[in-house]
Every structure is written in C-alpha cells, then in structure tokens.
Design a protein around this ligand. Structure first.
Ligand code: NZQ
Ligand code: ZN
Length: 390
C-alpha cells in the first residue's frame, strides 16, 4: 500500500426529513446565502423547507447556477456575498451548485484575480467562507470532498481545483429528495459514481485488499440498483426508498477520499471528459461513458492485473484467455452504461473525427499532457482513445 494522509471533516446528516436539522447545523448568528441551480429546488419544495429550517437567521437566495457551473455566474455571487456581508453559504442542489459554492467560498476571500484559483488548481487558496450542502442529486461526491470543477465559457475551459479549506462543514443527504429526478439524471449519477470508483481502483495492484473490496462493493451495488432506478421512475410507481438511499451513500463514498487512500489514481478519463463537456456541453457522466471503455482498451496492458481482478470479482468472468477476459470485462462495462440509457460512442452525440483535433489541442492548452496513474497518457494516447470512441 502507498503512504497516504486521510482527512475528511464533513459531517453527514443522512435520511428522511433531515433538512429540519439545518436549524442546528447552521450557526445561529450566521447570515446565510442559499445557492441554487435553475428551477428545481423551488419547484420541488426543497427551498421552502430549507428557508423554514433557517428560522430567524437572515438569509437570501442566489439562483441561476447552471449545470457545469460557470466562472461568470460564480463571480456574480461573489459580488453579492461581498456587498451584503453574507458569512455562510448553503448549497442546495447537485454537484454543480456544490462545486460553485466551493469556488465562491474561496473567491470571496481571495486577493487578486479569482481565475488564478483555477490556474493553480487551488494550491493558492489560503482561506474560505464556511459552507454546508443539501444534496438533491447523488453523483459527484462533491458533498463530502474538497474538489470542484468550474467552467469559463469565453475560453471553453473546464478546470478542476481543490483545497483543504473546501470541505463542506456538513451535508444533508435525504434520499427522498431524489424522487423528482428524471431518469437521465439518475443514470448520470450511477455512471459518474461508477467511473469515480474505477478511476481509483482500476490502476495497478499495490496490495490494498480493503480498498479493492470496498471499491468492488460500490461497483456491484451500482450494477445491482442502477437498472431498477430507471424502471421505478415510470409513472404511478412509488420510488423505492432503499434504492435511492443506497445510490446516495454509494455515490458519496465513491469520492470522499476513502477508497482512494493508499492506492494509485488514474483520472485520465475525467480530464478528457471535461474537455468534451466544455466544448460540446455533453453531460459530465456521458463524457465518461464515451471515454472509459476506449481508455480501458487502450491501456489494457498497463492495467492488466486489475482488469482481470475486476472482470472476475465484479462481473464473474472466469473463463477464456487473459486477453478474452479483459475484453469481456470492458464490454460488460460498456453494456452496463448502455443499459442505463447512456450512449458510449462519440457518434451518438453527433461528433466525428473533426472533433478530436480540437479536444487534443485543449488538453495540451490545459497542461493535460501526462495523465493517468503512470503519467503515460500523452496527447497522442488521448487521440487514440478518442478515435477508438468514434
Ligand atoms: O438546475 P436545476 O433546476 O436545479 O436542475 C438540476 C440540473 O439541471 C437538476 N436537478 C438537481 N437535483 C434535482 C434536479 N432535478 C429534479 N430534482 C432534483 N432533486 O439536475 C440537473 C443536473 O444537475 P448538476 O448539479 O449539474 O448534476 P451533477 O450532480 O451530475 O453535477 C455535475 C457537475 O459536477 C462536476 C461535473 O464536472 C459537473 O460540472 N463534478 C464534480 C466533482 C467533484 N466536485 O468532486 C467530481 C465529478 O467528477 C464531476 O466532475
Ligand atoms: Zn465525475
């Protein structure tokens, strides 16, 4: 096992009707800016519940944070926080709202041009406003980690950053809040959590049986509940609470640092996926479903040991030559994404060969030239992966 530091101070408040707990979680003397996305938090009644739980605390709402949140929108919120003296942020939404809250929390107290936060990957963040979250879409794990991804529309850049100052103080995870999600967002959540697990598990063996079995348990849970989540969104069926609860907790555990402690991590699929979203506005999880199967085929030699273990323990593949078992494991993965209603080829999103040059150029421009657990995913390798994903 590799050396590691594990630090995660986020308090998780899990279960039905837990939004009321905000009355205890948010400091009584806080002046709170609630952050929301488009219309969903208001339409579903979640925003009203949040306001009620805040009681007498002075608060206001900033709305309009887009999926794949933009620097431009975040800076409007920064202005509002500074002008009106808010000292606590409360993100109510999915990964986009939570990521935006992290950026705002850091940018409000940052001296100089806040875009530098992205250029330095967050290493220049010295402090941040405190914030909590109410999660409405299980997918990213942002509710229990210190990372965020922000997009600058004018230059088509979607960049990640992280800082130890950016863990949420608390996150409220009420599985019933997922009942209003459309099937495609539930599918996105399953696939994003699946790929987070894979990025930290499918690398090379370092004798870390606990992290491996924990990761395999998360993957098996997603494979088991994923297809059921799609059918229970059909009209007139009461959603299955336990499936929603298990999705929520699985997605959180997939990216809260636990399974990644002491093991190599890849993240090449994510970095290529971010460029596809920035250029073509494809949902985050869908970009991962396009890139991952092609990436695994391309790097089957470097990942051989773990691919065989994955095939056997997650998919029950025990017969055939090593090469056949690896191919079968990758194709099972692709099949799973497709069964979740998520297309795994660039062509299905209207993109062809001509799109690839631009993605590779953007990877180079953003310094994404030595990706993966070995640093061997160069722009040439990324190009081959994208070509295999056509
Ligand atoms: O904007 P509203 O109206 O709220 O609608 C949202 C949005 O359109 C809707 N929604 C959310 N909760 C709902 C709901 N609709 C009905 N009922 C509810 N309960 O869902 C849509 C998508 O929301 P979004 O927050 O964009 O989705 P997700 O949670 O998948 O977040 C994606 C973002 O997170 C980043 C991605 O890159 C992307 O920008 N990621 C963040 C990570 C992190 N911080 O660790 C890691 C991930 O790999 C990922 O990169
Ligand atoms: Zn992701």
């Amino acid at each position: 096992m590799l050396n590691f530091d594990f630090y995660n101070p986020t308090q998780i408040v899990f279960g039905k009707d837990r939004i009321a707990d905000l009355s205890k979680l948010v400091p009584t003397d806080a002046k709170v800016l609630i952050l929301v996305g488009g219309a969903s938090a208001e339409k579903t009644g979640t925003l009203a519940e949040v306001r009620q739980a805040l009681g007498a605390r002075p608060h206001s709402t900033f709305s309009g944070i887009e999926p794949n949140p933009s620097f431009e929108t975040a800076m409007q919120a920064v202005q509002q926080v500074r002008a009106d003296g808010f000292d606590f942020l409360l993100a109510v939404g999915g990964g986009s709202v939570i990521d935006c809250a992290k950026f705002i929390a850091a940018a409000v107290l940052f001296e100089g041009d806040a875009w530098d936060i992205l250029l330095k990957g967050g290493r220049n963040i010295k402090k941040a406003l405190p914030f909590g979250t109410v999660l409405t879409l299980p997918a990213t794990g942002s509710e229990m980690n210190n990372g965020s991804v922000i997009t600058r529309r004018d230059i088509g850049a979607k960049l990640p950053f992280r800082s130890p100052h950016l863990f949420p103080k608390f996150s409220v995870l009420d599985p019933t809040k997922t009942y209003t999600l459309p099937p495609q967002q539930l599918a996105n959540g399953v696939v994003d959590a699946f790929v987070h697990t894979v990025e930290q598990y499918l690398t090379y063996p370092v004798n870390s049986p606990v992290q491996d079995r924990f990761a395999e348990g998360l993957l098996q849970t997603l494979i088991e509940i994923g297809p059921r989540l799609l059918t229970d969104t059909e009209a007139d069926i009461e959603p299955n609470y336990d499936d929603r609860a298990n999705l929520m907790w699985t997605a959180t555990l997939a990216l809260n640092g636990l399974i990644g402690a002491g093991v190599p991590q890849d993240w090449a699929t994510h970095m290529i996926g971010h460029e596809l979203t920035a250029l073509h506005n494809i949902d985050h999880a869908r970009t991962l479903a396009i890139v991952l199967p092609a990436m695994l085929h391309e790097r089957r030699v470097q990942k051989q040991g773990k691919l065989l273990q994955y095939g056997e323990r997650v998919w029950g593949i025990r017969s055939g030559s090593e090469d056949e078992r690896i191919t079968a494991a990758i194709e099972k993965t692709r099949d799973f994404f497709e069964r979740m209603g998520i297309a795994t080829r660039l062509g299905a999103y209207g993109l062809g060969q001509e799109a690839i040059d631009v993605v590779v150029r953007q990877l180079e421009a953003h310094g994404m030239t030595r990706l993966s657990e070995h640093g061997d995913v160069t722009p040439q390798v990324s190009r081959r992966v994208l070509e295999a994903a056509l």
